[in-house]
Design a protein around this ligand. Structure first.
Ligand SMILES: Cc1cc2nc3c(=O)[nH]c(=O)nc-3n(C[C@H](O)[C@H](O)[C@H](O)COP(=O)(O)OP(=O)(O)OC[C@H]3O[C@@H](n4cnc5c(N)ncnc54)[C@H](O)[C@@H]3O)c2cc1C
Length: 216
């Protein structure tokens, strides 16, 4: 099943990351956290939908990767240009349990958790990793929905500000600060982060269920 959607808006959230808004095809249903294949001419890649399941438009959070790939093309695509969209797939969707959900994301890997928060999921712990403050995308929405939100900044010369900011990687936060508890973990971001975090969680929380999705 393939749809055709029109690009309506592009908003830059920092120097390398933008939100792309497209029309939503009639009858197009998805679960918060799912991704779709976006195609433009000869290029196709997966992108997670960040909009709420009930919103009239589809929004995507996209990092422009250097080179001539699809993200670079979408960073320049003309407004009202057409894209092809595959059917939504993916299993990084919220699974309600009596355990506390811990979402751990780096960079644009926060996308599934944005869709979940926008669609009404709340009461989770979110560790949002970024190099600096400009990478803490959708912070007001996420802080509002979370029981605990922590921005983990890995950059070296990050200006210190008040609030729930931890200066270090998400993995350091988990090893040094996340209390023992009954958790379900959801991981999204780069392969190295997912790899390291999976090992760490296996050691520290061997009984916990871990869902993950790697972007690069
Ligand atoms: C299930 C799934 C969901 C995804 N959702 C999103 C999303 O919501 N937003 C998003 O921006 N991307 C997402 N991606 C990544 C996306 O599909 C592309 O891989 C990415 O946009 C790069 O594609 P490209 O054609 O521009 O570059 P390519 O020419 O395909 O890649 C160039 C190089 O960049 C690397 N790369 C890919 N992504 C990144 C990154 N984020 N940071 C640094 N290097 C990277 C690739 O591994 C490759 O080595 C998702 C991937 C998967 C598998």
């Amino acid at each position: 099943m393939e749809y055709s959607v029109r690009v309506l808006e592009r908003t830059w959230l920092n120097s390398e990351t933008f939100e792309l808004t497209c029309t939503r095809p009639e009858g197009f249903a998805f679960a918060a956290g799912q991704h779709v294949r976006l195609s433009c001419d000869d290029l196709e890649r997966e992108y997670t939908i960040v909009s709420a399941t009930h919103e009239p438009f589809l929004r995507f959070l996209i990092k422009r990767v250097p080179g001539a790939g699809l993200s670079a093309r979408l960073a320049e695509i003309m407004m009202h240009g057409l894209l092809r969209l595959g059917k939504p797939t993916g299993y990084l969707t919220f699974q309600p349990t009596d355990k506390t959900s811990v979402f751990i994301a780096t960079g644009v890997g926060v996308a599934p958790f944005v869709a979940m928060a926008a669609s009404g999921v709340h009461g989770f712990i979110l560790l949002q990793g970024a190099r600096d403050h400009s990478g803490l995308f959708y912070r007001p929405l996420l802080e509002g929905a979370a029981l605990t939100w922590v921005g983990c900044l890995s950059g070296e010369d990050t200006a210190r500000r008040a609030g729930s900011i931890f200066h270090g990687r998400v993995s350091t936060y988990v090893s040094d600060h996340l209390p023992h508890g009954n958790y379900t973990f959801y991981l999204c971001g780069s392969h190295p982060m997912i790899h390291d975090m999976t090992h760490l969680l296996d050691e520290r929380y061997p009984a916990a269920r871990v869902y993950s999705e790697a972007y690069s």
